[in-house]
Every structure is written in structure tokens, then in C-alpha cells.
Write a protein that binds this ligand. Sequence first.
Ligand SMILES: Cc1cc2nc3c(=O)[nH]c(=O)nc-3n(C[C@H](O)[C@H](O)[C@H](O)COP(=O)(O)OP(=O)(O)OC[C@H]3O[C@@H](n4cnc5c(N)ncnc54)[C@H](O)[C@@H]3O)c2cc1C
Length: 347
Amino acid sequence: MADKPHIVILGAGVMGMAVAYRLLQTGAYKVSVVSEFFSPGTLSDRSVGIWGPYLPGVDKTGSEFQRVLQWGAETKTEMIRLMQKSPQNDWGIYISQVWMLSANKDYAVEDCPYHSICDNLFVVNNDPTSLPPGFNSGLSYAAPQVIPVRYLKHLTQKVLELGCKFVRKHVETVNSLLAELEKEGTKTDLVVNCLGLGSRSVAGDTTLEPVRGVLVKYPPVPHLLFRAFECLVEGEETYAVFRPDCTLLGGTAIKGDWTKQNKPEEVESVIKRNIKMIPDLAKYEHISDWSGLRPGRPNVRLEVDMSLAKVPVIHNYGHGGAGWSLHWGCASNVQELLVQCLSQAKL
Ligand SMILES: Cc1cc2nc3c(=O)[nH]c(=O)nc-3n(C[C@H](O)[C@H](O)[C@H](O)COP(=O)(O)OP(=O)(O)OC[C@H]3O[C@@H](n4cnc5c(N)ncnc54)[C@H](O)[C@@H]3O)c2cc1C
């Protein structure tokens, strides 16, 4: 019997791990994940983890946005399926009723860019009994939400059980990695690039740039009506996400800023804006804060590249602030391209 094709996945964030799981589930491939960091050390682990396939740079009328909607819809359906089939909730998935709130404009359903794929979407205008004080309009939809570290721990366990090999390594170029693997006696048939922001150097993509975000952690705050808020306070997007393990306050989105350290004035601004939005938060103590660099790009890059290395490379990076919202849809798309690539290679 011929050997199974060996697929090398670069990167162990939510994208790399979702692709690894999809491929291993077929039983048709040997899979290795090569990455500098694994969970809990990736950006994906430190994200908020709420579904909402928002990609600000994408033209909402173009075909790229149709792809985003398709990936987003598939991801939502799969997350709900995983939640329902796990009575112990091993994946750590919850459904939240997300709210976008406004003090000075009336929302319409179309203000949610992905309204066509949302569940339980509705708008409330001028009804003070249904909205928090200070707001006259709200747009709400139901969304799966995860505790990223818990989800990735479970996914990692599943992937290892299916025989995945993990290699901890910094990748300079795809060809140098392939040469190293070959020296160790491992031949590679195809590479899937899920390096997130690391693709800027490895794939030479200068359209990829950081979009820096800060998150502030508070203890779990009991909030009976709303699980997540999002609105503009003093011109900046402000959100509070109530998770069972903590409350996360955001946000900032600073394009082109590579700074990984926290900036105290930003943390202060996030806290101030959130307390203005939800005065109850003032009763609680700030626990910690951190900053993350979203892999920002005008569009997600999900395509086959025959020229980067001596084997085909399928790129899957540049998901900006929506990697959690798109991971299963993108993994399925990668799988389709991979099947096409390998069958063409056989001809
Ligand atoms: C503050 C904040 C809040 C967010 N909230 C949400 C949210 O609520 N919902 C949502 O959908 N998204 C959210 N996001 C976005 C989400 O976190 C990202 O889109 C997602 O994590 C990208 O996943 P990834 O697997 O592509 O990248 P990553 O998680 O960054 O993984 C990349 C992997 O590649 C490895 N790597 C990189 N370069 C190299 C190299 N040269 N050699 C070897 N290994 C390398 C890394 O070690 C890592 O394992 C948020 C982001 C931030 C910053």
C-alpha cells in the first residue's frame, strides 16, 4: 500500500489546529504541525473568542465578502454542533446574545455586516425597558463564544490522539524547513501556511500588517441580560464580554503598530470607556491586561501558491479580528484545495 501523503502545517493557532483536525479526521494523511509556539502560547489563546466575522477592510459587496460569509456561516454551524454533541461541554463553547448599542443613532438590521448569517437577530429602538441606561438603540444577535485556551487545549488533545506530530521550530523559509525535514528522512508532499502575522516574512507578504488590540481582564461579573456589549464610546469601539471565567474589556484597533507591551494610557481609556457604558463595572477590580497583534490584511489569503517552495503551499492567513469566527469554514476550504492539488500532482 502506498504511503499516505505527508502534510506539513505551519502554525499552531486556531487556524493551524483546525486544519490539522480536519485533515486527520479523514484518515488519509500523515500530518505534522511545525510551530514556534503551541497553545497556550499563541495569539489565538489570548483572543476574546466570540463569533462575528467582521473584517473591516473587505468590500461588503464583493466576492471576497461572500467567501467570508460562507466561512463564517460554516464556522458558526460547526461550533454549535460541537457544543450540542458534548454534554460535558469539553470544547468550552457557549451561546451569547451579543449587543451593539448606540446612544445617538437608530440601528437597522443591515447595520450588522453579516446579518444574513446571524441567528436570532433583532433591533430595538427607543425602548428604555429593553436597553441599558443611556442607550436608545440596540442591535442584537446570538453568537457562539469560546474560552480560547480551553477550546485549543481540547482541540490539541484531539489532534494528538489522531496521530499528529508536533515540531517546535522557528521557520525562516519553507524551502529551508523542507530541506531540514528531508535530512531527517521526512519527505513532504504539501505545506499549509497558517502562520498568521508570521506570514509577512515567511511568505514575503507586505500587505499583512498588525492591528494592535488591548484587552483588560476583570473578574466574572454577573450580568443577567447582556452577555456582550459593543458600541462607540468617545469615538472608539468599546466592548465588554462576560465569560464564565472572566470579563474582558476592549478595545483598540491600531493599524501598523508592532508594540507588544501595554500602554497604560490605552488601558486606562478602555476601562474609562467601559465604565461609562456599564457603570456597574466600577464596583470590580482590574486584574490584568495584555496586547495582541491581529494579522490584518485587506483580504484573507486562502489560495494555492506553486511558486513559494518546491512543493505546493496553501496559504490560510490574514484573518484580522475574525480568526475564531472563520476557522472551520477556512479549514474546509483548505481541505478542498488540498484534495485538488494532490490529485493534480498524481496526473
Ligand atoms: C484583542 C483581540 C481580540 C480578538 N477577539 C476576537 C474575537 O472575539 N473573535 C474572533 O474571531 N477573533 C478575534 N481576534 C482575532 C483572532 O485572535 C485572530 O484572527 C486569530 O487568532 C488568528 O489565528 P491564526 O491561527 O491565524 O494566528 P495565530 O494564533 O497568531 O497563530 C500563528 C501560529 O504561527 C506560529 N508562527 C508564526 N510565525 C512563525 C515562524 N516564523 N515560525 C514558526 N512558527 C511561527 C505562532 O507561534 C502560532 O503558533 C482577536 C484578536 C485580538 C488581538
